[in-house]
Design a protein around this ligand. Structure first.
Ligand code: ZN
Length: 363
């Protein structure tokens, strides 16, 4: 065998070097957005989207692109959940309900993204659509009867999530309802999560379903097209914030079953008070007064998070409303006439079907 060494003219060499350099750089600099959503004491906050589609059902993108999109959005975990019963591209792409998982498993691992093996059970209402998360084999879940679907998910140790329960295509009034099959699932302890938020729809009643039956609150994008087209900057995709003991697949699973989540959509957060309150105080710090005169005390409030907070219903003589912009310091002037604690309702932090968070600014 002869090895030919080709001498390139200098210009060509430079172009080649540049091309190689660009290739090398692009391999190591897939950019990851920094999202300012703090951890809770004792837990790490994992930013997750557990409802995504690809060309393996009715989505428009290849599975690996879902991983890239998630990294760009600064997420910690995703699940690709293609429909078991709806594979409109089957004439062009062979049906394997585990294909997205197989394609992405190593790819996600190399990029430090937690990939959750998932699929979507797609039925008429009742019972509607369900994601099966943390499963082992989606092909085994594809069965004729929906109850057999559910049984197999449970057999695999999976997490069953009821999707968009008030989806207008299935519930014309947009209001989620617990049918007999849902009650049966709850009775068995098989209904682990419900989407309070999906794509652009908020189902406030889900908060009560979850509180009454010890079910985990979830929010997802359910995206079918390209994520950056669906949620244009500075918008962000809806996500589930999961409070895990550590940043790992198994810790994520433990936290999901334990119900340690909040839902982040638009400028709103929704979650049980036991998480929403410490989360607020991790985002917001009140500094000592820097100045006062005869009538007024001045202090600053720092909000280190991407979530603005809209404080309303101020006590007598205090500012009626204060907006704590995201990643900003807000100056507050309070009259010395105020004698009671500076308590506010946080208008965009939901802690129940008809409840919002109450906090106190202690300076
Ligand atoms: Zn879906």
């Amino acid at each position: 065998m002869t090895i030919h060494t080709i001498q390139l003219p200098d210009m060509k060499k430079t172009i080649l070097t540049l091309t190689l350099l660009i290739l090398a750089v692009s391999l190591v600099t897939a950019q990851k957005k920094i999202t300012n959503l703090p951890d809770l004491p004792g837990y790490v906050t994992l930013k997750c989207d557990f409802h995504l589609h690809t060309v393996f059902s009715d989505g428009q993108v290849w599975p690996l692109n879902r991983v890239d999109e998630a990294i760009r959005d600064g997420l910690d975990a995703i699940s690709i959940t293609d429909h078991l019963e709806y594979t409109p591209k089957k004439d062009f792409i062979p049906v394997d309900h585990n294909a997205a998982w197989k394609l992405c498993e190593a790819y996600a691992q190399e990029r430090n993204l937690i990939l959750v093996h998932g699929t979507e059970i797609t039925r008429k209402m009742p019972p509607g659509h369900f994601n099966a998360l943390f499963i082992k084999d989606a092909n085994l879940i594809a069965k004729d009867s929906v109850w057999d679907n559910f049984e197999e998910v449970i057999k695999q140790g999976g997490f069953l999530q009821w999707n968009h329960p008030g989806w207008k295509a299935q519930e014309p009034d947009g209001i989620p309802k617990l049918y007999d099959m849902h009650k049966r699932l709850i009775k068995n302890g098989w209904l682990h999560g419900i989407e309070l938020y999906n794509d652009a729809s908020h189902y406030p009643l889900v908060f009560s379903f979850c509180e009454e039956n010890n079910i985990t609150l979830i929010g997802n994008s359910d995206v079918h097209g390209i994520i950056s087209e669906r949620y244009k900057e500075p918008e962000h995709r809806p996500m589930t914030l999961v409070f895990a003991k550590e940043r790992s697949h198994d810790s994520l699973k433990e936290a999901m079953f334990a119900g340690r989540t909040m839902v982040y959509f638009g400028e709103k957060l929704a979650g049980r008070e036991e998480f929403a309150k410490p989360f607020f105080y991790q985002c917001v710090a009140v500094r000592k007064p820097y100045y006062q005169n005869d009538k007024t005390i001045f202090f600053e409030v720092t909000n280190k998070s991407d979530v603005p907070f809209y404080l309303v219903n101020g006590v007598k003589d205090a500012p009626a409303a204060i907006t704590l912009e995201a990643n900003s310091v807000t100056r507050v002037a309070v009259s010395k006439k105020v004698t009671s604690p500076l308590v506010y309702d946080v208008n965009n932090v939901i802690t129940g079907e008809k409840k919002i968070l109450q906090i106190e600014l202690k300076y």
